[in-house]
Design a protein around this ligand. Structure first.
Ligand code: PEP
Ligand code: MG
Length: 548
C-alpha cells in the first residue's frame, strides 16, 4: 500500500529512488567541559569559524552564478569580525569553544528572525555556520549531503545554501523538504540546477532511510513505497518530458501561433550565458540588487554603466527589462543607514527609498541610459514597489528625462493592481511581480514555509488581480508581463496567457518546459483554462479546472 505525502512542487520533473536524509547536525553534549586555558579556548573557537568561512569560500569558487554569490555571502557571515569578537568574549569568560560558538550564533539568529522578511530567511545560513563550526570543535564529521555512491532522493527539514548550491544533479534525483516556500533558496537553486523539488512537505522526515519514494516536482506529490506501476509511470513521465522539451524551440507561441515573449530572470552577468543557451527572447527582469547589497559604498555611475553594458552586450540585441534597485528595509544598504522598522516588508523599500536618497535612482538611470547608448540595446526600465498612479507617473517622467524611452512599473502591491488602468495610462508597460503581490494580497510573509498554501500562485484572489492588470494593459494596448515565480509553472503559464499576459519571465532552466507547454495549447484553450481557474474555490480546484 502506498502512502501519499504532499507539498508544494517548485522544480518540475518526476523521478523515483531511495530516500536518504541530510547528515544530521551535531548535538552539544549535556555536560559542558570545564576550561582551564580560556585564551587558548577562545583561539580554537575563532579558528573554527575561520575554517568554516574558508570551506564556504571553497564551495563558492566551485559553484557559479547565484549559487556562488549565496555561498560567498554565507562565508562573509562566518568571518564577520563582530561575530568573532562575541565568540571570543564568551570563551574568555569560561565557556567551552563549541558552546561559545553555539551561543553567539543563536543570539545572531534571534536578531535576524525578529527582523523578519529577507533577513529571517538568512537564519538558515547561520544555523549552517553553527552546525559546521560545532562539528569541527567536537571532532565530528561536517553535517551535509550524503555520498552513498548511488543516486537518491534527498530528504531534509530545510537545506542551507551551502548544501543546495553544490548538489550534484547526477547523484541527487530530487529534493523533498519539510520547510521552505516557493521563493526560498531551496526552490530557486533547485530550479537553477534542474533538480525536481518539493518544499513545505509535512512529514517528509518520517520516511525511513532507504525507502523508495516517487517525487513529482510539478504537482508536489510524494508517493512513499510506490507500486511497480507507479515507478514505471514516473520514468515514463520523465522520458516524455525530456522528449517534449527537446522538441520545443524558437520563440514562445501557442499552438495556433499567438506570440508570448519568453524571457529570463537574471541576477547578474554570470546568468547571461544560461539565458542565451535556453533560448530566452530577452531578459524580463534584471534584478540590479547584486550591484548594491553586501557593499560598504554605493557603486559609482561608471561601475554601474560598465556592468549594465556587459549584460546588455551579452544579450546580443534582445530586449532587456532592467528593474531599478529594490532595496531598503529587509534588504538594507550598508551605505544608506535607515532607522529599524517594525514591519520591514511594509516599510521604505523599492521605489519608496527614492524619497530618502533621490541621487541613488538618478545615478542608476543615468548609468543605464549611457549603457543603452554604448551598446545600442533595446532597454526597458521599471521600478519596484509602486503603489499609486502618481508614483508611476513620476517614475516614468524621471526615466524618460534620463533618455530612457521605455519606462514601466512592477505591479506587486494590491493597490497597484486595483488601479491598474490608471497606472497603465502613465507608463509604457507593466510587469506583475507575483511573489510580492501574493505576499501583500494574503498578508503572508513570502519566506514563511508555514504559509506556503496562502502563497500558492494558483490562489484565485491572486489570479483576479492579475486578470484586472492584464485587462487594463489590453485595453490601453500596452504590454503586461509576469516576472514572479508564477511564470515558471507551465500550467499556470497557460492560465496567465489566457488572462491576457503578453510576456513571461522566469529562471532560464524553466523556459523549455513553459515553451513546450504553450506550444501544445491554443489561445482558446488558454482562455478557457483562465476562466475556469479564476472562479475556482481554491488553488487545488483552480489547478484541476485548468488541467481539464
Ligand atoms: C516579485 O515580487 O514577484 C518579483 C519578481 O520581485 P522579487 O522577487 O525580486 O521581489
Ligand atoms: Mg518583488
Amino acid at each position: 500500500m502506498s502512502k501519499d505525502l504532499r507539498g508544494l512542487g517548485v522544480s518540475a520533473g518526476s523521478v523515483a529512488g531511495p530516500a536518504l536524509r541530510l547528515g544530521s547536525p551535531p548535538k552539544l553534549p549535556d555536560v559542558e567541559p570545564a576550561v582551564t586555558d580560556t585564551e587558548a579556548e577562545a583561539g580554537r573557537a575563532v579558528a573554527a569559524l575561520e575554517e568554516v568561512g574558508e570551506f564556504l569560500n571553497g564551495r563558492s569558487s566551485a559553484a557559479s552564478g547565484q549559487a556562488a554569490d549565496i555561498l560567498a555571502a554565507e562565508a562573509m557571515m562566518a568571518c564577520d569580525p563582530a561575530l568573532a569578537a562575541q565568540v571570543r568574549s564568551l570563551a574568555e569568560a569560561g565557556r567551552a569553544a563549541a558552546w561559545a560558538v553555539s551561543e553567539a550564533l543563536a543570539a545572531y539568529r534571534e536578531m535576524l528572525t525578529s527582523a523578519g522578511g529577507y533577513l529571517a530567511e538568512r537564519a538558515a545560513d547561520l544555523d549552517d555556520i553553527a552546525d559546521r563550526a560545532v562539528a569541527l570543535l567536537l571532532g565530528e564529521p561536517m553535517p551535509g549531503i550524503p555520498a552513498p555512491g548511488h543516486p537518491y532522493v534527498l530528504l531534509a527539514a530545510d537545506l542551507a545554501p551551502a548544501d543546495t548550491a553544490t548538489l550534484d544533479p547526477a547523484a541527487v534525483l530530487a529534493i523533498v523538504t519539510e520547510r521552505g516556500g516557493p521563493t526560498s533558496h531551496t526552490a530557486i537553486l533547485a530550479k537553477t540546477l534542474g533538480i525536481p523539488a518539493v518544499v513545505a512537505c509535512p512529514r517528509a522526515l518520517s520516511v525511513a532511510e532507504g525507502t523508495v519514494v516517487a517525487v513529482d516536482g510539478s504537482t508536489g506529490a510524494v508517493v512513499v513505497e510506490p507500486t511497480a506501476e507507479q515507478v514505471k509511470q514516473a520514468a515514463r513521465r520523465s522520458a516524455e518530458r525530456a522528449a517534449r522539451l527537446a522538441a520545443a524551440r524558437g520563440p514562445g507561441l501557442t499552438r495556433d501561433g499567438h506570440p508570448v515573449k519568453l524571457l529570463a530572470n537574471v541576477g547578474g552577468p554570470a546568468d547571461v550565458p544560461a539565458a542565451i543557451a535556453a533560448g530566452a527572447e530577452g531578459i524580463g527582469l534584471l534584478r540590479t540588487e547584486f550591484l548594491f547589497l553586501d557593499r560598504h559604498d554605493e557603486p559609482s555611475g561608471k561601475e554601474q554603466r560598465d556592468t549594465y553594458a556587459e549584460i546588455l552586450g551579452g544579450m546580443r540585441g534582445r530586449k532587456v527589462v532592467v528593474r531599478t534597485l529594490d532595496a531598503g528595509a529587509d534588504k538594507p544598504l550598508a551605505f544608506a543607514s535607515q532607522e529599524a522598522e517594525p514591519n520591514p516588508a511594509l516599510g521604505i523599500r523599492g521605489l519608496r527609498l527614492d524619497a530618502l536618497l533621490p541621487a541613488l535612482l538618478d545615478t542608476q538611470l543615468d548609468a543605464l541610459a549611457h549603457a543603452a547608448k554604448d551598446t545600442g540595446a533595446d532597454v526597458w526600465v521599471m521600478a519596484p514597489m509602486v503603489s499609486t498612479p502618481a508614483e508611476a507617473a513620476a517614475f516614468a517622467d524621471r526615466a524618460h528625462g534620463h533618455g530612457l524611452p521605455v519606462a514601466g512599473v512592477m505591479i506587486e502591491v494590491p493597490a497597484a493592481a486595483l488601479c491598474a488602468a490608471q497606472i497603465v495610462d502613465q507608463v509604457d508597460f507593466v510587469s506583475i511581480g507575483t511573489n510580492d503581490l501574493s505576499q501583500y494580497t494574503f498578508a503572508a510573509d513570502r519566506q514563511a514555509g508555514a504559509l506556503a498554501s496562502l502563497l500558492d500562485p494558483w490562489q484565485p484572489a491572486l489570479l483576479q488581480l492579475i486578470a484586472m492588470t492584464a485587462t487594463a494593459g489590453r485595453t490601453a494596448g500596452k504590454p503586461v508581463g509576469v516576472c514572479g515565480e508564477a511564470a515558471s509553472d507551465p500550467l499556470l503559464a497557460v492560465v496567465l496567457v489566457g488572462l491576457g499576459v503578453s510576456s513571461l519571465s522566469m529562471a532560464s532552466p524553466s523556459l523549455a518546459e513553459v515553451r513546450a507547454t504553450l506550444a501544445g495549447r491554443t489561445l482558446a484553450q488558454c482562455k478557457a483554462a483562465a476562466t475556469a481557474a479564476l472562479t475556482a474555490a481554491d488553488p487545488a480546484a483552480a489547478r484541476a479546472c485548468a488541467e481539464d
